[in-house]
Design a protein around this ligand. Structure first.
Ligand code: NAP
Length: 477
């Protein structure tokens, strides 16, 4: 399909603006330009922050019922244009049209949950008379918005991860400035458009399309920005945390998620679920299955079935209904993944299937015999590559699962309750999925990691908690 190159504007405090300098957004499948967006400058970011100061006051005063109405209306607009949203995600990013449609449905959910959670901005009364001398004191605390939130988002879920920041921010009475990934700004701009149509007052939301290296520091270091809500890689997150200074930080970072498959597991279920978890969005998924630890007795059978299922995976055009997996976000990323695999093979890993690259496409790839000290076994691959390890026991699997600097989510397949609880107790992660792969999430659950996988939790109610501060009120009667 030949796509017209659209000239998109960015959303600066309620106004759609363009700039002489632009960034070209390309389709990673064929490198065709699909749109241009303004290349924002530091001055644009400063303008957005200045307007957000006004926006934060307006947002804090916006009655909860109005916040709910606006967010619900925005969700309804997305429902009405769901296929256009899905095509935008599929064209600018890596996802196939089937994967993109799921992201759109998740985004609608995220916004609907945000609207519901706005009703629950609740405080509590405080029994001040619990310490002597305070018998005549009465009071409570309630939640106040933090002010201006700087949101920085990655390319792999270009719509729903933006909604995870905008929905809770508006629900809790904040202003928010989004800096989407440079390679995938179009979904975020479409989201801004539905909020604008839904009647969001000017100044509460800006979507600034600039490069992280150009406009990032201005957003991150500005004293009026009271919180940085970042989703992206560990390296960028660490750099931002160092620069941000005294402000709230929410860091949703990467991982190399483990899944444990025990002898008593339902093998078909484990294979089906881990194949999907490994290759969803071409493996560019923070929850993606990277390391599978399989108990000795079933290792061989699991491996045969896993490879059989993997080789059935259809890669191809993202808009084709039959395609299971699209390209990586660009050729550079595919080469990075290819190099990691080749390095592991040189160190003794066995290539069981895949391993071929064509442009930005990299085949679904399975490795065994990967040495524990190979980069690919320790770091995040963020590509369609999965490592199968034979383990002698649950304890062995748990220790190896924990032996990395990440800890977002893990999965365990077992029909033995005690084994499941042992894993839950000992796995050092933000979530353990029993009889599901690590790649399971609903948008209202607390979501986030430990160690290098991040700080704080998202998932609408939990984001609202991070985006508000309790203020104590006490009457001396
Ligand atoms: P990235 O390279 O870290 O970029 C993320 C965002 O940070 C982009 O908007 C980027 O802008 C911006 N950025 C880069 N340098 C910056 C700077 N100096 N100051 C401010 N912002 C800056 O990550 P990515 O490649 O887009 O995404 C992949 C990573 O995200 C993976 O590690 C994945 O696991 C993680 N992720 C985590 C979650 C989670 O919820 N835990 C979810 C999804 C993805 P530019 O695009 O302009 O460089």
């Amino acid at each position: 399909m030949k796509v017209r190159v659209a000239q998109r504007k960015m959303f600066l405090a309620g106004k759609w603006v363009d700039r002489d300098q632009t960034i070209t957004v390309t389709n990673p499948e064929n490198n065709e330009a699909i749109a241009t967006v303004p290349a924002a400058t530091q001055d644009d970011m400063l303008d957005a922050i200045k307007s957000a100061k006004r926006g934060a006051l307006i947002s804090a005063k916006l009655p909860v019922y109005k916040r709910i109405e606006i967010i619900q209306r925005a969700a309804t607009f997305i429902e009405e244009e769901r296929e256009e949203f899905a095509v935008t995600i599929a064209l600018e990013g890596s996802k196939t049209i089937r994967e993109a449609r799921k992201e759109v449905e998740r985004c609608i959910q995220t916004l609907r949950i945000s609207a519901e959670e706005a009703r629950r901005l609740e405080g509590k009364t405080i029994p001040f008379d619990q310490s002597s001398g305070n018998e005549n004191r009465l009071g409570y605390y309630s939640l106040f918005p933090i002010g201006i939130i700087g949101a920085i988002t990655p390319f792999n879920d270009p719509l729903n991860l933006v909604a995870h920041k905008i929905g809770p921010a508006i629900a809790s009475g904040n202003a928010i400035i989004v800096k989407p990934a440079t390679v995938t700004p179009l979904s975020a701009l479409k989201l801004a458009n539905v909020f604008s149509k839904a009647g969001l007052p000017n100044g509460i939301l800006s979507v600034i399309t600039g490069r992280g290296g150009e406009v990032g520091d201005t957003l991150v270091t500005h004293p009026d920005v009271r919180m940085i809500s970042f989703t992206g890689g560990l390296e960028t997150g660490t750099e931002i945390a160092k620069k941000a200074g005294l402000k709230k930080l929410s860091m949703e970072l990467g991982s190399n998620s483990p899944v444990i498959v025990l002898n008593d597991a339902d093998l078909n279920q484990a294979v089906e679920s881990t194949v999907s978890g490994a290759f969803w969005a071409a493996g560019q998924n923070c929850l993606g299955v990277q390391r599978i630890y399989i108990e000795r007795d079933i290792f061989k059978e699991f491996k045969i079935q896993f490879i059989k299922r993997t080789t059935l995976y259809q890669t191809g055009g993202k808009l084709m209904e039959s395609t299971d997996m699209g390209p990586l976000i660009n050729e550079r990323e595919a080469i990075r993944v290819e190099n990691l695999v080749n390095e592991a093979i040189k160190q003794g890993a066995i290539l069981e299937c895949g391993g071929q690259r064509e442009g930005a496409y990299y085949e679904p790839t399975v490795l065994t015999n990967v040495p524990a000290d190979a980069t690919i076994a320790k770091e995040e691959i963020f590509g369609p590559v999965v490592l199968l390890f034979e383990v002698k026991s649950l304890q062995d699997a748990i220790e190896r699962s924990n032996d990395v600097n990440y800890g977002l989510q893990a999965g365990i397949f077992t029909n033995h309750l005690q084994s499941a609880f042992e894993a839950i107790q000992q796995l050092n992660v933000g979530g353990v999925m029993v009889n599901d792969s690590s790649d399971f999430r609903i948008d209202s659950m607390p979501f986030g990691g430990v160690k290098g996988s991040g700080l704080g939790r998202e998932g609408v109610r939990h984001s609202i908690q991070e985006m508000t501060e309790p203020k104590v009120v006490c009457f001396n009667l």
